[in-house]
Design a protein. Structure first.
Length: 108
């Protein structure tokens, strides 16, 4: 019973995290599309800081899809370097967190 309760709790936490990531990625995708539309219309744009911030907070897939589908920010080298740096930081954080969680599970 105890193990079953732990796995159910893990499932709900994992599912909740997936829903949050899905939401962040949808918002990021919409922001990239909106910024592209504003660029075409010569209107005030969404700042690169905002685009990169939502990307860092988990919207990497949405940002990548937005960049490819809307053909937005793909020729700006400084933005691409910052984007790749965010992906690298996220990869390092994922590796660190997974190794930390694995070591914690061995203690339990």
């Amino acid at each position: 019973m105890k193990g079953e309760c732990k796995s159910s709790l893990f499932y709900f936490r994992f599912a909740g995290m997936l829903y949050i990531l899905l939401f962040i990625n949808i918002i990021t995708y919409i922001l990239f599309g909106t910024d592209k539309q504003k660029a075409v219309r010569h209107q005030r744009r969404i700042s690169e800081f905002t685009l990169l911030s939502v990307t860092f907070l988990g919207g990497t897939v949405g940002a990548l899809l937005g960049m490819l589908i809307f053909r937005h920010k793909i020729s700006k080298k400084s933005f691409l370097l910052k984007f790749l740096l965010i992906i690298l930081i996220q990869a390092v954080l994922i590796c660190y967190c997974s190794s930390f969680l694995n070591s914690m599970n061995k203690l339990v």
